[in-house]
Design a protein around this ligand. Structure first.
Ligand code: HEM
Length: 407
């Protein structure tokens, strides 16, 4: 969900296909409202830039699982592994996979939990009374940055820079301005390069490196050679970009849902297993998916939903809409973690399915576990209103909540 992925790809707009499709307006508030309104009557809509937006679950799944026709080579920027297809993509997935194993996540859990506890304690402050807090900006971003720095072994001193960057990145993405998105992307590359530099031994020798996930990636030979500098930056950018923004947004959605669904909040507080909590979090994110869409481009003519799609057509897989398709889920707001799990597309599907899902799940579950342990009550702020993110993000840009500390 990096800024440049959505706004500054530099691709020319494709000509609109010669068929009569409903317009897909740029959502000005909740992106669900736009797709919910169009989807019952249409399978596909046309964005203002000429991209075909797939709205239905079946079409999104079919396209995501057919990378030979629906290519991910949509950006002029190097995006590893997101922008690759075929064998090259598979090679990078083999390199990335081992960083997200269950063993690694179990080893990381205590550090992630400590990060969540620290943020809860900071939010609670010194007093014993209820406190106001923005679940996205104050809790989510701070927690996401801290958890990620522990995972990658980045220095704690980077936290303010990264927290500021998350906010600037979201503002630049919202602005849609190419200069702003290019600027945040450049700043991020500088941050990553500043992290890589001290890990290089003399001449970049692996022996001189610090031992952490970043150092491990620098000395990884899964491709049969070390990663080049620009490849390292791209892989790390997609890990951290994927992590920081989406975890903060997801926590906003989850805490908003718990604040507005008291019985569920009580159930989570009274004790659920990790498996149950994972299913609950996944289902909340299905209902209100903050990771709205990914892009593809067709490599040959293809028929979709009775429509002839030409080669070279830009296509948008709208996960948020597919996750609310009435044909699959009935009432899209009906909360059914077990029943809906098999069709949940929050983490995508097909060869590009999110490799970071185990880390995202760990971070979200641990954050929820710690916040319900630290606070006996989570409610929406009675005065300040939650603000919806605007395209291309979903979820909320801020969720003011009131947290009442547990005794
Ligand atoms: C709640 C959090 C997250 C959500 C909802 C999410 C969602 C997604 C989705 C839908 C895709 C599929 C993209 C496509 O088909 O084009 C994806 C891919 C990806 N995600 Fe995540 N993600 C999350 C967290 C993370 C984390 C924590 C990481 C890494 C640390 C990560 C790294 C990636 C990468 C590298 C890809 C590209 C995979 C490829 O192209 O093969 N994501 N994610």
């Amino acid at each position: 969900m990096s800024a440049e992925d959505h706004a500054a790809d530099g691709l020319a707009h494709t000509a609109a296909p010669a068929v009569d499709l409903p317009d897909f307006p740029v959502p000005s508030h909740d992106p669900r409202a736009v797709s919910d309104a169009i989807r019952p009557d249409a399978r596909i809509a046309l964005s203002s830039s000429g991209a075909m937006v797939l709205l239905r679950h079946a079409d999104v799944v079919a396209a995501a699982r057919d990378p030979e026709v629906f290519s991910s080579a949509v950006s002029r920027f190097l995006q590893l592994p997101n922008g690759l297809d075929g064998k090259e993509h598979a090679a990078f997935r083999r390199l990335i996979g081992p960083y997200f194993t269950a063993e690694r996540m179990a080893a990381l859990e205590p550090g992630v939990r400590e990060a969540a506890r620290q943020v809860c304690a900071e939010v609670a402050g010194a007093g014993a009374g209820a406190v106001g807090c923005d679940a996205v900006g104050e809790f989510g971003s701070r927690f996401a940055v801290r958890a990620m720095m522990r995972w990658l072994g980045w220095p704690a001193g980077l936290e303010p820079t990264l927290v500021e960057w998350v906010a600037d990145n979201q503002a630049a993405t919202r602005s849609g301005r190419l200069d702003a998105t290019a600027d945040v992307a450049r700043r991020y590359d500088e941050i990553i390069r500043s992290v890589l530099a001290p890990r290089r031994g003399s001449g970049g020798d692996a022996d001189g490196m610090r031992q952490d996930v970043t150092a491990e990636l620098m000395s990884d030979r899964a491709l049969g050679r070390p990663l080049r500098d620009e490849e390292l930056v791209s892989v790390l950018r997609n890990w951290t970009g994927g992590d920081l923004g989406s975890i903060a947004l997801s926590l906003g959605v989850v805490l908003h849902y718990l604040a507005t669904h008291r019985a569920l909040q009580d159930r989570v507080r009274s004790g659920v297993t990790r498996g149950e909590l994972t299913a609950i979090v996944d289902e909340i994110l299905r209902i209100d998916d903050p990771f709205v869409a990914n892009r593809r481009v067709t490599t040959c003519p293809v028929s979709r939903g009775g429509i002839q799609v030409p080669a070279g057509q830009r296509v948008v897989l709208n996960w948020t809409s597919a996750n609310r398709d009435e044909e699959v889920f009935g009432d899209p707001d009906r909360f059914d973690p077990d029943g809906n799990a098999g069709n949940n597309l929050v983490y995508g599907t097909g060869p590009h399915v999110c490799p970071g899902r185990p880390l995202a799940t760990l971070e979200l579950c641990v954050a929820v576990e710690e916040i319900v342990a630290a606070f006996a009550d989570i409610t929406l702020d009675p005065v300040l209103r939650p603000e919806r993110s605007i395209t291309p993000n979903g979820g909320f840009s801020s969720v003011p909540v009131v947290l009442t500390p547990a005794r």
